[in-house]
Design a protein around this ligand. Structure first.
Ligand code: PMP
Length: 405
């Protein structure tokens, strides 16, 4: 008996995947040339799976701010903010986020994952109910385990099911916290937030929206799905990340709920881990400014998303329900998903392979995430590679390919 025996089934499955070609869960980028180009296995490759929605990882001003911060404040904070104190830029970033979201309070975490762990486990506890969309991100599920609230799941994007479940617990004591995501990370669909907000208004409770993939992407000002749907007043907590549209790392929560700041002394994933390094805080501050000042990045992103989504759909690939910066292609089976992923990589296109149980409906996916920094020519090139490989592998029919070529 060994400690890892319980994981042997995964080891064997992983081994089988690796035998089919490159290791999809351990791709090494020899070089990153720009937000959309890298070198993998010596081959120039279009990056189409990096969540770099606004392409800000190479923003010159962000880089300059980051370099300056390292020179002036050093490489790390070497401790948590409750023990070692905050640098002024942590506070500045929280103020900037609060202002951007027009909320009174903001708190920064070391990752988005930790923001969900911290916020969910702190807001609700024993005797309370945490009501999650069934397709919630792992960080939401893990946050629900770290706390002691009773966890109830409702069917993905189904406000009626949410309504029924909330109604059933009408007379139970305790608080209720409903958690949904702006854009779901696997197939790029959005939550029906107007309807969900209406359920909350009628039956009570708090609403938290994880805007990890929708910050900077949706809404006129980039505040996410709640802004786009005009329901920001119904959303009590917004959680987000710096690791996607802002091109860095870190997480946050903003809110107008009174006493929010007590989290600084009770929220363990905030208290017991080192705070964000100066370089990251400073680049994020600039990236947030870019996000606010450059709506054209959002427009370009959406045009690119539509080009890819429409192109893949016209070729006959099975895409998700709506054009969004996450375009997922459902594959008929795992073998062909892995085969296609490897063939794409060999043809200079890098995207994400997502296998069950990490996917909705237990079907394998090729998941792409588009960037404002992609050029229409790059997307055309990607579509041409998909067309060739798709027909060679029998995933789409040749006639359709010719008709759309
Ligand atoms: N929430 C959602 C919906 C996510 O998709 C992710 C990351 N993929 C996170 C939270 C965690 O973000 P981070 O990478 O900053 O830890």
């Amino acid at each position: 008996m060994g400690l890892f025996d319980k994981h042997l089934a995964y080891r064997d499955a992983y081994q089988a995947i690796r035998q089919a070609g490159a290791d999809p869960f351990n791709v090494r980028l020899d070089k990153v040339v720009s937000p959309t180009e890298g070198v993998i296995d010596g081959r120039p490759t279009i990056l189409l799976g990096t969540n770099n929605y606004l392409g800000l990882t190479f923003d010159a001003e962000s880089i300059a701010a980051s370099v300056k911060a390292v020179q002036e404040r050093g490489t790390g904070t070497t401790g948590s903010r409750i023990a070692n104190g905050s640098f002024e830029a942590h506070v500045e970033l929280e103020q900037a986020l609060a202002k951007f979201y027009r909320r009174k309070h903001a708190m920064v975490f070391t990752t988005g994952y930790q923001a969900n762990l911290g916020v969910l486990s702190t807001l609700v506890g024993r005797g309370d109910h945490l009501i999650l969309d069934a397709d919630s991100h792992a960080s939401i599920y893990d946050g629900s385990r770290l706390g002691h609230a009773e966890v109830i799941r409702f069917r993905h994007n189904d406000p009626e099911d949410l309504y029924k479940r909330l109604r059933r617990m009408k007379d139970l004591p305790g608080e209720r916290l409903i958690v949904v995501e702006g854009i779901y990370s696997m197939i790029g669909d959005t939550a029906p937030l107007k309807e969900i907000a209406a359920v909350k208004r009628e039956l009570g409770g708090y609403l938290l929206v994880d805007e990890a993939h929708s910050m900077g992407v949706l809404g006129e000002n980039g505040r996410g799905l709640a802004e786009q749907e005009g329901v920001e007043d119904d959303v009590d907590f917004v959680v987000g990340t710096f690791s996607k549209s802002l091109g860095a790392i870190g997480g946050f929560c903003v809110s107008n709920v009174d006493d929010f700041d007590v989290m600084r002394v009770v929220c363990r994933p905030y208290m017991f881990t080192a705070s964000l390094p100066p370089a990251v805080v400073s680049s994020t501050l600039v990236a947030l400014k870019r996000l606010e000042e450059m709506p054209e990045l959002r427009h370009r992103l959406m045009a690119n998303a539509r080009q890819l989504y429409d192109g893949l759909t016209a070729l006959g690939f099975q895409t998700g329900p709506t054009a969004s910066p996450i375009v997922a292609i459902t594959m008929p089976d795992q073998e062909r998903a892995i085969g296609m992923w490897n063939a794409l990589l060999q043809n200079g296109v890098y995207l994400n392979l997502a296998l069950p149980p990490a996917t909705p409906d237990s079907r394998p996916l090729l998941r792409t995430s588009v960037s404002a920094a992609h050029t229409p020519e790059q997307i055309d090139k990607v579509l041409a590679v998909f067309a060739n490989l798709g027909s060679a592998m029998g995933l789409i029919d040749n006639q359709r390919q010719r008709a759309t070529a």
